[in-house]
Unconditional design. Structure first.
Length: 620
């Protein structure tokens, strides 16, 4: 750990302290005293700020970078791991019993902070009630997050935007204009001499005469903007690595914008950056700009390894039969900047899963853009095609056309079931789906998509988020009894509904802090081949083996609904019990039911979202 208080003047420390979220409402006098008493220090990637076995005598205020706090129990077992970003404070809970602070803190990228002795902090808190109250609130928020009462995620206050080509330059002005509608106007510092001034948005060029502003000028600018909200640093990739590191050392998240034709150039630059500051991996997001006929991003695992996540966006109107999923990618970036991640879990239910397409259509029409989808069985099929960018109504018609019974099967008793067996056994679902998905992978889709299947070898669920998208669907819809297990990579894969019919829990585990679930098996018709509990002596037919298998699947799904759905914040339940499990020819009718029940629920969903972010989801 390097003390850098000699290099950083008093005003510099005050400027950075005032930009931290907990300092809002704290008097200038209290901030000044923290700057006077505290030591401004810098830690490198992998360097410890505190070791679990040491007595804690100091509190550490995080100014920039990322650190990892790991709490251990009496036997040295990890019981909690939390990332600490800008604005976090380490050591608040150990003030009363520092000898029991069995927690380590290590930097995961170059980071800076202010180190203050516990005695000195207690003295400051006694002198400044506003500081005391602010730190109490901060401690309460930490507790809320640990016990999952508080769903809020980090909101990056300093955002870097890197343009691999001029084509993505319009993104930054659009982001700041959108944010102006819901928060304090952001500030922008960049390298674009042709930046078109936006009313209410301060802009500063970071370069003069081809040279980067010196540290004193940058400090002066930060001080001037200290009372503003978010800061954007907007650059192209023509700067050398040292300049990037200088300018992005205080950035919380980086949006690295690329077109498909820029892939190699982006890979080269990010590789150099990864070698220089490997800890930055966790804060870099790739933004794919997909215009024209491109609807999915290139498949490049090496490039993906340099970033934490990606977004796919387009500034163009969608091509025929495609929806606005790429246009909505812009709002997904806004969600990320606001600390929001909305997940949608789509349950299994054979043909009844066509109602999910109506649910998806209405959510999109009402501005509820999902950031991630997880699907089981029919939910995996409907969700993956939607996540690929296909228009929901067009997808309904595709299913209706592709799965309408040919005339020989219309002549057979239970022909719809035999047709499904035929499609399974002849491998025709693969070719049917590839008409729309080709060979694209799940990680290439405009919306992140997860499919749930079950491995009979290990006896548990398998969640796919990468790999061939068609395979992901086929594994998830592979009904035992109608089809043999899919043997692949030492796994024997069957329908995911065996263990998790509505995978809301999968989305929570992936970081979603608001989850909507759509269940088409929440209601079960109390009749089977003419048999009813209230008609003991009614005539009925002996059920065929296929009908028994499909009814067993439905009963299992009905009883499994509660397994994965529990973490969902809102459940949509289209009543499609009037439709047979093999009636894909009535997909449009089921989608209409999904649309109507979702329309009825939109106001309630928005009320729930407003609790998470009332500015992004206003009720009026």
């Amino acid at each position: 750990m390097t003390e850098i208080s000699e290099q950083a003047d008093h005003d510099y420390k005050v400027t950075h302290l005032k930009r931290l979220s907990w300092s809002k409402g704290v008097s200038d006098a209290a901030i000044q005293e923290i700057a006077n008493v505290g030591e401004y220090v810098q830690v490198q990637d992998g360097e410890f700020v505190h070791r679990a076995e040491d007595k804690l005598t100091e509190v550490f205020f995080v100014i920039s970078g990322r650190l990892r706090a790991t709490a251990l129990d009496l036997f040295g077992k990890q019981v909690l791991v939390r990332p600490l970003l800008r604005g976090a404070v380490f050591g608040l809970f150990s003030i009363a019993q520092p000898e029991q602070a069995n927690t380590s803190l290590v930097a995961t990228e170059p980071s800076t902070g202010i180190r203050l002795g516990i005695k000195e902090l207690l003295a400051l808190m006694s002198q400044h009630p506003d500081l005391q109250m602010s730190l109490y609130r901060l401690a309460a928020n930490i507790v809320r997050q640990i016990v999952m009462v508080d769903r809020s995620k980090e909101k990056p206050s300093v955002v870097g935007v890197v343009h691999q080509s001029p084509a993505s330059r319009p993104l930054t002005p659009r982001l700041v204009k959108r944010l102006m509608d819901i928060e304090n106007p952001p500030c922008v510092a960049g390298d674009d001499p042709n930046w078109q001034q936006i009313e209410g948005i301060p802009y500063r060029l970071l370069f003069e005469n081809g040279k980067i502003l010196d540290s004193q000028q940058r400090r002066a600018q930060l001080k001037e903007w200290a009372d503003h909200g978010r800061v954007f640093i907007d650059l192209d990739t023509n700067h050398d690595l040292a300049e990037f590191v200088q300018l992005f050392s205080f950035v919380d998240t980086i949006l690295w914008c690329v077109r498909p034709q820029d892939t190699d150039a982006a890979k080269q630059k990010l590789s150099l950056l990864q070698n220089k500051v490997p800890g930055w991996h966790d804060k870099i997001c790739l933004v794919w700009l997909l215009d024209g006929e491109e609807n999915v991003s290139p498949l490049d695992h090496e490039l993906s390894s340099f970033v934490d996540r990606d977004f796919k966006i387009s500034f163009s109107e969608p091509k025929q039969n495609y929806g606005r999923q790429l246009k909505a990618g812009f709002e997904r970036i806004i969600h990320h900047l606001r600390g929001i991640q909305i997940g949608l879990a789509l349950g299994g239910g054979a043909a009844r899963g066509m109602a999910h397409l109506g649910v998806l259509s209405v959510l999109e029409e009402n501005g509820i853009y999902v950031d991630m989808i997880a699907g089981t069985s029919a939910g995996a099929m409907a969700g993956t095609l939607y996540a690929s960018g296909m228009d929901a109504e067009h997808t309904v018609q595709c299913f209706k056309n592709d799965l309408t019974l040919p005339w020989p099967f219309r002549m057979l008793p239970g022909g719809a079931y035999w047709y499904l067996v035929y499609k399974y056994r002849r491998g025709q679902f693969d070719s049917m789906l590839r008409k729309y998905l080709a060979d694209c992978h799940l990680e290439q889709l405009p919306i992140p998509m997860l499919t749930v299947t079950v491995d009979l070898v290990r006896g548990g669920p398998v969640v796919r988020h990468m790999g061939d998208a068609t395979h992901g669907i086929l594994e998830s819809i592979n009904l035992p009894g109608l089809s043999a297990p899919i043997i692949r990579n030492g796994e024997a894969l069957v329908d995911g509904g065996l263990v998790n019919n509505i995978p809301a829990d999968v989305l929570v585990s992936k970081g979603c802090n608001f989850v909507i679930a759509s269940s088409v098996t929440a209601q079960l018709e109390r009749e089977f081949v003419g048999i009813r509990a209230d008609q003991e002596f009614a005539k009925h037919k002996n059920p065929s083996l296929l009908k028994v298998i499909m009814r067993g699947y439905l009963v299992q799904s009905f009883n499994m609904n509660s397994v994965g759905v529990q973490p969902a914040d809102f459940v949509i339940e289209p009543d499609v019990t009037a439709f047979d499990l093999a009636e894909f020819s009535r997909a449009d009718e089921m989608a209409k039911i999904g649309e109507q029940v979702t329309l009825d629920a939109v106001t309630s969903i928005k009320q729930q979202l407003a609790k998470l972010d009332k500015d992004l989801f206003p009720l009026n």
